[in-house]
Design a protein around this ligand. Structure first.
Ligand code: ADP
Ligand code: 5GP
Length: 213
């Protein structure tokens, strides 16, 4: 599989973390195999909850048609990303499908400290690193209704060549085995129902002082 683990400058451990202030925002993490509908769901959740902040990840993968630098991702060179690993710039980072992806620590810390709720779309490896630092994060794994539906969505999306789709489907099987490490598992069958389910779950999630890991 094309998923690798970080080897340097891991995030701070839970023991480094102080208790969050009562006014600190909540952290929502969405993970899913590619094509399950994570980007679509994040977009709708942000429209439905305009106060929800979104962490724009940094990546070294090529920009896709329709994507905008600074809106969908910050697209950066591998040497810049690697320098960031050395300086502890990333709260979490991973290599997924042969490219680096990472979350900027300073944005997350500032946003939560200001009392804003925050949504992240990151992979399984990144989530594991993040919950070390933020054990009260509300982690949600999005499942496709079936492997066949996942394949159809990847084909319909039209952004990936057949060999890339095949690799994403192989990775999906591995990624889905991690779903039980998440607080919530949500099957994205009918989009409108999934959105309502996520909003209910997010609205019910406790503030940092009441939620427990
Ligand atoms: P991801 O970000 O997880 O890779 P996308 O959000 O790009 O996935 O969704 C992949 C494709 O599946 C897109 O064409 C999207 O419109 C479609 N899609 C998303 N959710 C659903 C759903 N519940 N039912 C049918 N198609 C969906
Ligand atoms: P895509 O290239 O299809 O946008 O994303 C590929 C994978 O990278 C998805 O599983 C997505 O959740 C993950 N990803 C996106 N941003 C980050 C990030 O900042 N950190 C980590 N660990 N994974 C990310």
């Amino acid at each position: 599989m094309s998923i690798e683990s970080p080897t340097a400058s891991g995030p701070a451990s839970a023991s480094d973390q102080q208790d969050p202030s009562p006014h600190e925002g909540r952290l929502f993490v969405l993970s899913a195999p590619s094509g399950a509908g994570k980007s679509t769901l994040c977009r709708i959740l942000r429209q439905r909850r305009p106060a929800l902040r979104y962490s724009i990840s940094y990546t070294t993968r090529p920009i896709r048609t329709g994507e905008i630098d600074g809106r969908d991702y910050f697209f950066i060179d591998a040497n810049v990303f690697e320098a960031g690993i050395g300086t502890g710039r990333w709260l979490e980072w991973a290599r997924v499908h042969g490219h680096y992806y990472g979350t900027a620590s300073d944005f997350i810390d500032r946003t939560l400290a200001a009392g804003n709720d925050l949504l992240l779309d990151i992979d399984v490896q990144g989530t594991e690193q993040l919950v070390q630092r933020y054990p009260r994060a509300v982690t949600i794994f999005i499942m496709p209704p079936s492997m066949d539906a996942l394949r159809q969505r990847l084909v319909k999306r039209g952004t990936d060549a057949p060999d890339v789709i095949a690799a994403r489907l192989r990775n999906a099987r591995v990624e889905m085995t991690a779903r039980f490490r998440y607080r919530h598992i949500v099957v994205n069958d009918r989009l409108d129902q999934t959105v309502e389910e996520l909003l209910t779950l997010m609205d019910a999630a406790g503030r940092p002082t009441t939620a427990q890991a």
